[in-house]
Every structure is written in structure tokens, then in C-alpha cells.
Design a protein around this ligand. Structure first.
Ligand code: SF4
Length: 194
């Protein structure tokens, strides 16, 4: 088991080095660097947002601005502290002016997320916001209809919920997002004691 965990960390480090050197799309020319992702590589759950913002671009870390701080608080409140989960984005380079990445940009960058997924082998994927929901589940979904619902893909369970930045813009979304986070925690805890 320890060997398997060590191999996972080693593979992730190799992948990170390759991803940080990526120049496969035009987003790389408008940002300071690639934001790979971070967290516990042994976690059963991965959170996938849409893309780095300015603070993330400057720091090289995902979800560290105001939205990230809200995410941290929500994770802690449902007893899934940030250091127990893995966090990344569907595009690894900041779209200019924090705009939503286009479907084409997401397709360009998806191979890196697929590789992260292949190495991490999470059992749960939480899609933070419509961009990752559209890019990974289906492009025609509406968040108010699908948030908090599980989508099964093979052995993986995927749940869309509101992006924390949307909660900062519209506090009315905090209540439904809170219910989603409680459901995520319930499912992860149940899996961990199986
Ligand atoms: S957004 Fe993704 S595909 Fe485009 S340059 Fe950055 S890492 Fe490469």
C-alpha cells in the first residue's frame, strides 16, 4: 500500500512538471504561469473549478483568493478540511479578466485533468461552477437544476455545485450550496468507513 501511495506522489510530480511547461493554447501567453492543483493525493474526492483568477495566477495555487477562502471555510464546516481533499481547475491558465473559459479552451486543457484523474483515482468529483460542469458532464446543464445531484460515471460519482465566486456575488445561493457541501461530506464519510 505504501508503495502504491509513493508511486502516486511520484507520478503526480512528473505530471506537474510537464503541465507547468505546457504552452498548448493561447491562454498561456496571457498569464504568469500554469496553476496545476494541490491537495491530498490520497483523498477520495477532487474539486474542479473553472480556472485560476488573478490571485491564483500570481501565487501558482488554486482557490486562494476570496472565493478560495470561502471554499476553505465551507470545507472546514462540513469536516472536510482543505488539506484532506484535492483541488484543481478545468483550465490551468488564467483566462484574461477572469472570464469563463470557452469550450475550446477547456478541451485543450482537459488532457491534463484526465491525467491527474488517472493518477489520483478519486471516487468523487465535485464540479465547482457551470464551466467544469459543462466541460465534464454535459454542455446544456443548468446549475439550478443539477446542483447537489450525483452523476455516475463508471465508479466515479460527480456532483455539480455553485462556484464559490457565485456565492460571493449572490448570497442567496449560499443555502443551496451549503446543502450540497453537506451531501458531499456525507457521501465521502460513508465511503471512508465502508
Ligand atoms: S490552459 Fe492548459 S492547455 Fe492551455 S497552455 Fe495552460 S496548461 Fe496548457
Amino acid at each position: 500500500m505504501t508503495d502504491d501511495l509513493d508511486l502516486k506522489v511520484e507520478q503526480l510530480t512528473v505530471l506537474q512538471t510537464k503541465t507547468l511547461a505546457c504552452q498548448n493554447c493561447h491562454l498561456r501567453t496571457g498569464c504568469q504561469g500554469v496553476v496545476f492543483g494541490e491537495g491530498n493525493p490520497h483523498s477520495p474526492v477532487i474539486f474542479v473549478g473553472e480556472g485560476p483568477g488573478q490571485t491564483e495566477d500570481e501565487s501558482g495555487r488554486p482557490f486562494v483568493g476570496k472565493a478560495g477562502q470561502l471554499l476553505d471555510r465551507m470545507l472546514k464546516a462540513v469536516d472536510l478540511p482543505r488539506d484532506t481533499v484535492y483541488i484543481t481547475n478545468i483550465v490551468k491558465c488564467r483566462p484574461a479578466n477572469n472570464r469563463t473559459p470557452t469550450p475550446e479552451e477547456m478541451q485543450f486543457c482537459l488532457p491534463w485533468l484526465r491525467e491527474q484523474f488517472r493518477i489520483l483515482r478519486p471516487r468523487f468529483m465535485v464540479l465547482l461552477g457551470l464551466a467544469s460542469t459543462h466541460g465534464i458532464i454535459a454542455p446544456d446543464l443548468k446549475m439550478n437544476q443539477v446542483h447537489g445531484k450525483w452523476f455516475e460515471r463508471g465508479e466515479v460519482r460527480m456532483l455539480p455545485t455553485y462556484h464559490p465566486a457565485a456565492l460571493l456575488r449572490n448570497p442567496n445561493l449560499k443555502r443551496p450550496a451549503w446543502e450540497d457541501f453537506k451531501e458531499i461530506s456525507r457521501a465521502v464519510k460513508a465511503f471512508e468507513i465502508e
